[in-house]
Design a protein around this ligand. Structure first.
Ligand SMILES: [Zn+2]
Ligand SMILES: [Zn+2]
Length: 428
């Protein structure tokens, strides 16, 4: 039966996703079978009796179509995988959307930006990023959001919160500074063609040793951190409190005393659960010594995940950071179930949780592969006209004249948009 419930829970197909919501609804929630739920988030199953009718309740999430209730949280996994890239799972990224419109990203691992884009949220609303640590699978796509959001019309800089390190060169401030230096050509060449302001990143580095310390407090949101234990000093876990809710994001960590203490009473608790050492040897090709050490020293085994959740007793537990495949998820699930029997999601990319006081539902997002940027509010700032493109005459002399054919569309286009010759010169 457990396995059957789990099969529903993974939600890889529509029927399974439908069952997952239904199942979560049955066994989830301290307050029992709530009624004041977001209708759209309810299980499917409502009858359609009119041939022109639409299904009254949905078991999947279509990005951009559901307003949140003002006392509701939507949390979306935009990445749940591993450092090694795969098309089906990006690396760690969780988006928290609050009912009042505020949005927070926790980690933005390699590959996750494409999933974020598929949520069709204007870049101007994705500016606050909290990093648990500086492994590529947790911040590798920061640079993609930085440049991609900038070209998509974001009008403000990114704001990044991240931990310090044991030394200055192991902290977030150093990492972002050096990242921008590495991408200097990217910055300089964009800053001359579009406004340079959104091309900067403001870093808010905080002490990784803070114990349940507030590192962000504004507009009713409190974000705290405590240390994680993962491959060296620096990594942290986060909690976000808002409107009586508490969401906890563990990041990468071995089991630790801080998480078991400060993650208590979470509505949704996200924590890693590593693949078994056996699989890491057989499928990942790791030496057995390393495969065992990983689960014991700097990540968390499935059984340890279950033990932690049995202690903190969240309304809903979320395991992630494993390749969620037919031949690997069950061993993780079974390991967790040896030590934890509460509500559980085995996270996969584009899994969506709606959190209300009454209920927590799990669904899968149905989103476009061909997503475009969704324009946000306000107009992009104009280019800085004092900047000039840095072409040498050698390169400029290489231009091939196509003005005769470009004239076929240009005159009409300029007239329609009221452009002048001066507009065409800027940035070259
Ligand atoms: Zn890591
Ligand atoms: Zn990781």
């Amino acid at each position: 039966m457990k396995r059957k419930l789990f099969i529903f829970g993974i939600g890889l197909v529509a029927v399974a996703a439908m069952a997952a919501v239904y199942t979560a609804g049955l066994f989830n929630g301290r307050s029992g079978q709530g009624t004041a739920l977001v209708k759209e988030a309810e299980a499917a199953g409502g009858k359609v009796t009119d041939p022109k009718g639409t299904a009254p309740e949905r078991y999947v999430y279509y990005p951009g179509t559901e307003p949140l209730r003002k006392d509701e949280i939507r949390l979306i996994a935009a990445g749940t995988g591993m450092p090694t890239a795969r098309r089906s799972q990006a690396a760690t990224c969780f988006l928290v959307e609050l009912g009042d419109g505020q949005k927070f990203l926790f980690d933005i691992g390699s590959g996750s930006h494409a999933n974020l884009q598929a949520l069709m949220i204007p870049s101007n609303f994705l500016t606050k990023i909290f990093l648990t640590h500086l492994h590529t699978d947790h911040w590798g796509d920061l640079v993609s959001l930085w440049a991609g959001g900038w070209t998509a019309g974001r009008t403000v800089p990114l704001e990044v919160w991240g931990p310090s390190g044991a030394r200055e060169d192991m902290g977030t401030k150093y990492a972002v500074e050096k990242l921008l230096q590495a991408y200097n050509w990217d910055y300089m060449t964009r800053a001359v063609t579009i406004n340079p302001v959104p091309g900067s990143i403001n870093v808010h580095e905080f002490d990784y040793k803070g114990i349940n310390k507030v590192i962000y407090q504004a507009d009713g949101v409190t974000i705290r951190t405590w240390p994680a234990i993962h491959t060296g000093d620096g990594p942290v876990s986060f909690s976000l409190e808002w409107n009586g809710f508490k969401v906890v994001i563990g990041g990468d960590t071995a089991p630790n005393k801080w998480f078991t203490k400060y993650a208590k009473d979470a509505d949704l608790a996200i924590h890693e659960a590593w693949l078994t050492s056996k699989t890491m040897v057989n499928k990942y090709g790791q030496p057995p010594q390393l495969a065992a050490r990983i689960n014991l020293t700097f990540h968390t085994s499935a059984q340890a995940f279950g033990k932690i959740m049995s202690i903190i007793k969240p309304r809903h537990a979320v395991s992630y950071h494993f390749f969620n495949d037919e031949d690997t998820r069950y061993e993780v699930y079974d390991g967790i179930r040896e030590t934890y029997d509460g509500p559980l999601s085995m996270a996969d990319d584009m899994m969506v949780w709606n959190i209300t006081k009454d209920k927590i539902t799990e669904r899968m997002a149905v989103s476009p592969d061909d997503a475009w940027d969704v324009p946000g509010p306000g107009k992009p700032l104009p280019p800085d006209r004092t900047r000039k493109s840095e072409y040498t005459q050698f390169i400029l002399d290489g231009r091939f004249d196509t003005s005769d054919v470009d004239a076929l569309w240009l005159k009409k286009f300029m007239k329609k948009h009221g452009l002048t010759e001066e507009d065409l010169k800027t940035g070259q």
